[in-house]
Design a protein around this ligand. Structure first.
Ligand code: ARG
Length: 459
């Protein structure tokens, strides 16, 4: 019948495999069935296809779904294969399914239908990760740790303050994914090849049946646009980049003995028996490379494509679905690694005092005592040459006093009490003093924890 003609015409030759997306289309098998059903229901409602025929087509689609993607006949893509499978089951009337549409609007609809799920799954994973960060932050609200700039000890902070910095990043990543979702969630169906159709289709109805929030109205835009793929890949790459920073930190902290990953999130070496390696975090970091590649790859594929449809587009989406899955998984794994890691409070406290990391706090104190901050900076910089790891607060304060005399000609006591200087030299007191909004002091962190919990609740 019809299909034989079609198959003969496109029997393929050497390029058959190259042309076919059937294998990769497994990702949109379910989506295509949903799109077929919605389209057929609409065609029947509009009187374009007989109700009886529509019923037969819907029955065939159920049967095809039960048999699975693997049972589809050969075809250039999943759309063609499903149509062939319908015709195989109910005869030439099955060909009425493709009335008033094209594979162009069909595939564009399938991609959006599938991508919605992927984006929501990634958002879901960010919520799990944010919860893990907040939970552990709650346990370590006052655990002092070194904060770094340029990978050098800079100022003491707390584990909670550190972890909440990533909670904030992930909250924005989720926002970007949901923002992309809003633009993905529009139906191109009914655009046909790009130029619309003479049939009296109800585009709003199919959009509604497929759960879309309206249509992409211009039919040429609807068939051609893939900017939503680039945007989604960009949002996924940004999320993956956030995770890669967290992963990198934890890799370094575990190497420094500040945190220990649970065995469940570590690997061993096949040769070196003593090793416990942070492989899950390294893979998380690695996924960011793939995600960035996907974002640039998608834009490269789309760049300069003329209106309205070109077969290049067939290569645009499958890899976005794949990367979405990888990023979701990386997010879940990072969440698990964070939730189960063990922070070594003694090692963190010891490290927090290293490298004269309280220097800024001492300079702040001198400035609060009336010195210009620049002069205070000069005094503490001079003291920093002398201060050594392991100095007692008393010894360090004496060195600051000496520096003050050298720079200003006055003893430290002219500006601040010796007691306050010794306190400023203590990492925990230093953290407690930095109680500005969003800072590491326990009250500020308590506010931030409450805000983060409320944010997760709303999202
Ligand atoms: N599998 C194709 C794709 O993903 C379907 C569209 C085919 N349309 C065409 N005009 N050749 O793009």
């Amino acid at each position: 019948g019809d299909t034989a003609v079609r198959r003969d015409r496109f029997s393929g030759g050497p390029a058959r495999e190259f042309l076919s997306s059937l294998a990769a289309d497994e990702a949109i098998f379910e989506a295509d069935l949903a799109v077929d059903r919605a389209h057929v229901v609409m065609l029947a409602e509009q009187g374009i296809v007989d109700e009886a025929v529509a019923g037969e087509i819907l029955g065939a689609l159920d049967d095809i779904e039960a048999a699975g993607h693997g049972a589809l006949p050969d075809g250039e893509d999943v759309h063609e294969a499903i149509e062939t499978a319908v015709i195989d089951r109910i005869g030439p009337d099955g060909g009425r399914m493709h009335t008033a549409r094209s594979r162009n609007d069909e595939v564009a609809t399938c991609i959006r239908y599938r991508l919605r799920e992927d984006l929501l799954a990634a958002v879901e994973a960010t919520l799990t990760a944010r919860e893990a960060l907040v939970d552990v932050a709650g346990e370590h609200a006052e655990t002092v740790m070194p904060g770094y700039t340029h990978l050098q000890p800079a100022q003491p902070t707390t584990v909670a303050h550190y972890l909440l910095s990533y909670e904030g990043g992930l909250a924005r990543d989720a926002e970007r994914l949901l923002d992309a979702y809003d633009r993905v969630n529009r139906s191109p169906l009914g655009a046909a090849a790009f130029a619309g159709t003479p049939f009296d289709v109800d585009r709003d109805r199919t959009a509604e049946l497929l759960g879309f929030d309206g249509t992409v109205r211009n039919s040429m835009d609807a068939a051609a646009a893939r900017d939503f793929l680039a945007e989604s890949a960009g949002a996924l790459a940004t999320l993956a980049t956030t995770l890669s920073g967290l992963a990198e930190d934890l890799i370094i902290f575990s190497k420094e003995g500040l945190v220990e990953l649970s065995d469940a999130y570590s690997s061993t070496s096949s040769i070196m028996p003593q090793k416990k390696n942070p492989d899950t975090l390294e893979l998380t970091r690695g996924v960011a490379g793939d995600a960035i590649g996907e974002a640039t790859g998608t834009l490269s594929l789309l760049k300069g494509l003329p209106r309205a449809y070109n077969r290049d587009l067939q290569r645009a989406h499958a890899s976005v679905f794949e990367v979405a899955g990888d990023v979701r998984e990386a997010t879940e794994v990072a969440a698990g690694a964070v939730a189960t890691a063990d922070w070594d409070e003694a090692a963190l406290t010891a490290a927090a005092g290293e490298g004269f990391s309280t220097a800024t706090g001492v300079a702040d104190l001198l400035a609060m005592g009336g010195l210009p901050f620049r002069t205070a900076h000069e005094i503490v910089a001079a003291a920093a040459e002398a201060v050594e790891d392991g100095d007692s607060p008393d010894a360090a304060a004496a060195k600051v006093d000496e520096a003050a005399r050298k720079v200003t000609g006055e003893p430290l006591s002219a500006y601040v009490s010796r007691e306050d200087v010794e306190s400023a030299l203590d990492p925990a007191a230093s953290v407690a003093s930095r109680d500005s909004a969003g800072g590491p002091a326990p009250e500020a962190v308590a506010d931030a924890l409450a805000a983060a919990e409320a944010g997760i609740e709303t999202d």
